[in-house]
Design a binder for this molecule. Structure first.
Ligand SMILES: Nc1ncnc2c1ncn2[C@@H]1O[C@H](COP(=O)(O)OP(=O)(O)O)[C@@H](O)[C@H]1O
Ligand SMILES: C=C(OP(=O)(O)O)C(=O)O
Ligand SMILES: [K+]
Ligand SMILES: [Mg+2]
Length: 591
């Protein structure tokens, strides 16, 4: 026997599902098209999970008194092959080739929930290397416009696209802007420069002739010599190398090395006075420089999936960029990620995250702007706010720094990765480890295995955190979607279901489910490739591209048969399905 509860709000009028007005296709249900609102919660669990015959669906309405009324009875035959109308384009389902293998081999429970972002650099820019990363679980490839030429990045984008087309991956592309904070020049082509204890180096806005004179560093910020004072401490890359300012001669600033080390091209520079970061005119530098705008035009033209903005200071710049993108790209589905890596971004955290489509805890620069010991609490706070505001969050930088040189991570690095997974960040990011390290695939494998292990541990221990998830939407329709998602996630945990299914046009309903961090994976069905790629950044979502209609019964039939034919689900699997077209929750065994 199967049953279905319909809750009617605000009045208790009863309709059958069939009498509902047709929802508009492209958007989430507008409140005005449904009056009164109908939410159907349909439980059609067959008594015998292995039974191959599907019980008839009986819809029972609940008018608030608990007394059910039978509205319709629909015999189902899920084993019917897809009808003609599903053939051609609509007869197929696209899913990541790696996920497909993982699902078949290990089942739903062991799929990785935490997403992985890899920075692409000289070590990984070839087709074969990119393919190895995709096979290793890379969900998003990040290109950092601080380095390389647009031509170079364009070739990487083309290779990723080819990989997706030819090999069945859905790797998304994130372009990261340079930003206009102070940094060193490119060392005249050298791969690094070594500063020894006590050496005197000259930092200058001067563009030195090539070959670069010994112990000179070019600085990109015109106000550098004016802003620093003798006695200031100059930190390269957040303290990897330190200098003390000893003399200023015109544009040249002489510094003595106090902490020796290797300086990499375009390393970031900060200066400190009496224990705090000095922010003079550099605080007025634009977040998006003129070079960044050109890079953004490039990203829009190339149709990247995400643009990450470095050194965001306020929500205003995010709003500005979003309207710029909307005006320039026809379908404007490029998501904007705010990098939290400056004191200003911490000050305006909530409004920045609210304005963005996601955030990155960019610990590299953040650790150069606030004392290192404050970085962990900042990370936890950013991850938490993103979760509350329903924005994906990436934890980035130095997760496995030692693996740039060594094939195994330190214990401390594994603990750091575990902590980010335990905080249930959406994604972890590799920087130098994958861009220029010696063991990019090994580093990715460590992120993957630590994620899977910690996620499993967390589920076994039932470590449900008591995080309040406040309402994020503004309309009544939004509230219904949020309630549906939190209820179905809770039901999924309590009933031990195998997977949550969500049919979503914009991806919003999938993100609301992801936000609840349920125990089971979330199969997110969407009809466009770009939404599918974007969902790849969000915790626990397995994005599929499939065409579907507003008729949930036929969507389910079609999905079940397509997934069964691919061996990705089997009869008896327990599934909860929700959709953003018909706001409903259905519980059923795969027939
Ligand atoms: N496109 C590229 N071309 C050359 N080198 C790159 C590229 N992308 C990244 N790298 C190298 O990888 C290192 C780590 O990358 P990332 O963390 O993104 O940059 P940064 O160190 O500037 O913050 C960089 O310092 C640089 O040496
Ligand atoms: C991710 C970061 O930004 P970038 O690598 O561009 O400096 C960071 O600073 O941690
Ligand atoms: K950058
Ligand atoms: Mg940075």
């Amino acid at each position: 026997m199967s049953q279905s509860l319909h809750f009617f709000t605000p009045s208790s009028l009863t309709f059958s599902k069939q009498s509902l007005p047709k929802p508009s296709c492209n958007r989430r249900f507008p409140v005005t098209t449904l009056s009164p609102k109908l939410i159907s919660i349909k439980a059609s669990t067959s008594a015998d999970p292995n039974s191959s015959t599907t019980p008839p669906q009986v819809l029972i309405s609940d008018n608030g008194t608990g007394a059910g009324e039978i509205l319709s009875s629909t015999p189902q035959d899920y084993d019917t092959p897809p009808s003609q109308s599903f053939l051609s384009d609509s007869s197929s389902i696209d899913v990541d080739a790696v996920t497909e293998v993982e699902l078949k081999e290990n089942g739903f429970r062991s799929t990785r929930r935490t997403k992985l972002v890899c920075t692409i650099g000289p070590a990984t820019s070839g087709f074969e290397e990119l393919q190895a990363l995709a096979v290793g679980g890379m969900n998003v490839a990040r290109i950092n416009m601080c380095h390389g030429t647009r031509e170079w990045h364009k070739r990487v984008i083309e290779r990723v696209r080819r990989l997706n087309e030819e090999k069945g991956f859905a790797v998304a592309i994130m372009m990261d802007t340079e930003g206009s904070e102070i940094h060193m020049g490119d060392l005249g082509g050298a791969s690094s420069a070594k500063a020894e204890d006590g050496e005197i180096w000259t930092f200058s806005v001067r563009a030195f002739d090539l070959p670069r004179p010994e112990r000179t560093i070019n600085v990109n910020y015109d106000g550098f010599a004016e802003d620093v004072q003798v006695g200031d401490e100059l930190l390269v890359d957040g303290g990897m190398v330190r200098f003390e300012v000893i003399e200023k001669i015109g544009p040249d600033v002489k510094c003595r090395c106090t902490d020796p080390g290797l300086m990499l091209p375009r390393a970031n520079l900060t200066f400190w006075r009496d224990g705090s970061l000095v922010r003079e005119r550099n605080a007025m530098l634009p977040t998006i420089s003129s070079k960044d705008w050109l890079d953004i035009d490039f990203g829009i033209a190339e149709g990247v999936d995400f643009i990450a903005i470095s050194f965001v200071k306020s929500a205003e710049v995010i709003n500005h960029l979003k309207s710029y993108i909307a005006a320039r790209s026809r379908d404007s589905d490029i998501a904007v990620i705010a990098k939290i890596e400056s004191i200003d971004s911490l000050r305006n955290l909530e409004e920045i995250i609210q304005a963005s489509d996601g955030a990155m805890v960019a610990r590299g620069d953040l650790g150069a702007q606030i004392p290192l010991e404050q970085v962990p609490s900042a990370q936890q706070k950013i991850v938490q706010i993103c979760r509350q505001l329903n924005k994906p969050v990436i934890v980035a930088s130095q997760l496995l720094e030692s693996m740039i040189e060594y094939p195994t991570p330190t214990r401390a690095e594994v603990a750091d990765v575990s902590e980010a997974v335990r905080q249930r960040a959406d994604a972890l990011m590799l920087s130098g480890e994958s861009a220029m390290g010696q063991y990019p695939d090994k580093a990715l494998a460590v992120l993957r295995s630590v994620s899977v292990r910690i996620e499993k541990w967390w589920r076994e221990e039932k470590r449900y955190e008591a995080m309040e998830l406040p309402a994020v939407g503004s309309s009544f329709s939004d509230s219904i979607s949020e309630e549906i998602c939190s209820s179905s996630a809770k039901m999924a945990n309590n009933l031990g279901v195998d997977a949550l299914f969500v049919y979503t046009k914009t991806g919003h309903m999938a993100s609301l489910l992801s936000r609840c961090r349920p125990d089971c994976p979330i199969f997110a069905f969407t009809s466009t490739k770009s939404v599918r790629r974007r969902l790849n950044l969000q915790w626990g979502l397995i994005p599929f591209r499939v065409s579907f209609s507003d008729d949930m019964e036929s969507n389910l039939n079609k999905t079940f048969s397509l997934l069964k034919a691919r061996g990705m689900i089997k009869s008896g699997d327990l599934v909860i399905a929700v959709s953003d077209m018909l706001q409903s929750i259905q519980v059923m065994n795969v027939p």
